[in-house]
Design a protein around this ligand. Structure first.
Ligand code: P1T
Length: 377
């Protein structure tokens, strides 16, 4: 079955009670039981909810995974996936991830005796040096937020598996439309569904998709025990969002390429970070591993002052955190999404005070280009 057919039909069975074509929002906390231990598979809504089940089947199918679990946010999904490690285990964390992912390791997990090292996962010779006998996980974001570095998922999976470690990939920036990490050997995929999967900037959510049954049972146990579940209303919204994922991603990609090309030629722009540009250091890998480049573009303006001018002069693009919605959003990683990352790490990665990130929306591209042009001037 093709991607769009799966997106529209997986999990989206007509409602057994009424025939409703759109999966209803089962806004209930509990379910009537016929007798002791006799029920329809639903006992309590933290544990199971039919709207959430539909979404879990849907996104799992899109990622090519046997199991999927929906969470209340991308961060709670990432946190649940990291409960596969125990105190005393070692994790290799990509050195450029969403600031919140770094913060989870640096401010919380480390106090639960989870050891971690930051590594540039795009450099395989470098990555290899970080493995220790107790390394249980490699956590990779590709392309990274916000400097768009691309990691070879097949090579990292092979390296990790040979050393007894599993690989988690945060696939938020590409969505399963452009990149399916499990096909490249990755063990666990995580998402912030807040972004492209939902696509309309009106819901916070997260997802974990995987194939290993034992790990899936543990994630199910964590989901129920901790209880950071996606609400029925949010499950409905994301389920509606994924139906148009393919058409939206094509539009984001088309506009993203044009915005990147425009910025690359602009005299006020010093550098553009976009894997779709031939000048990107991992352009060839991105072409192989992804079926598109998407709508995330970052660029260097040279100083905080220049960045501030751009961010405060845009009229169509909205200054704000987040990404992946139909509307273009513009942000300042150093003070917004990556404020939790120490200054030295940010400097090393290129998250300078002059760096600006755009989540290119699906408006008419001429309007986006005109807005950026007037803001840069
Ligand atoms: O915000 P939440 O749904 O909890 O997702 C966290 C998250 C996880 N992974 C990636 C790659 C992300 O980009 C995010 C959230 N990012 C932003 C809010 C942002 O503006 O980059």
């Amino acid at each position: 079955m093709g991607f769009s057919t799966t997106a529209i039909h997986a999990g989206n069975e007509p409602d057994p009670a009424t025939g409703a074509v759109s999966v209803p929002i089962y806004q209930t906390s509990t379910y009537a039981q016929e007798g002791l231990g006799k029920h329809k598979g639903y006992e309590y809504a933290r544990t199971q909810n039919p709207t959430r089940t539909a979404l879990e089947k849907n996104i799992a199918a899109l990622e090519g995974a046997r199991f999927g679990f929906a969470f209340a946010s991308g961060m709670s999904a990432i946190d649940a996936s990291l409960k596969l490690v125990k105190g005393g285990d070692h994790v290799i964390l990509g050195d450029n991830t969403y600031g919140g992912t770094f913060r989870l390791f640096n401010r919380i997990l480390k106090d639960y005796s989870v050891e971690f090292d930051l590594a540039d996962t795009s450099d395989l010779a470098n990555l290899e040096k970080f493995f220790k006998p107790n390394t249980k996980l490699v956590f990779v974001e590709t392309p990274t937020n916000p400097v768009m570095t691309v990691t070879d998922l097949a090579a990292v999976s092979e390296m990790a598996h040979a050393r007894g470690a599993k690989v988690i990939c945060d696939n938020t920036f590409m969505s399963p439309y452009f990149q399916r990490p499990i096909e490249h050997g990755v063990d666990i995929v995580v998402h912030s569904t807040t972004k492209y999967l939902n696509g309309h900037s009106d819901s916070i959510g997260g997802f974990v998709a995987l194939n290993n049954e034992e790990d899936a049972e543990w994630i199910r146990f964590v989901q129920n025990s901790v209880g950071a579940v996606l609400s029925p209303m949010d499950s409905f919204l994301v389920l509606r969002g994924t139906k148009t994922l393919a058409v939206r991603m094509e539009a984001h990609d088309k506009n993203g390429r044009q915005v990147a090309a425009f910025l690359q030629e602009h005299p006020k722009v010093e550098k553009v970070y976009y894997p779709g540009l031939a000048s990107h250091p991992q352009h060839e890998l991105a072409k192989r591993q992804q079926s598109g480049f998407g709508g995330m573009v970052s660029f260097e303006t040279g100083s905080l002052e220049n960045a501030k001018k751009v961010l405060e002069s845009v009229k169509l693009c909205t200054l704000g955190e987040s990404l992946g919605g139909v509307e273009s959003l513009i942000s300042h990683p150093a003070t917004m999404t990556h404020a939790a990352v120490p200054d030295e790490t940010r400097a090393k990665l290129g998250i300078t005070d002059g760096l600006v990130r755009i989540s290119v929306g699906i408006e008419d591209v001429e309007d986006i280009l005109e807005d950026l042009d007037q803001a840069l001037k």
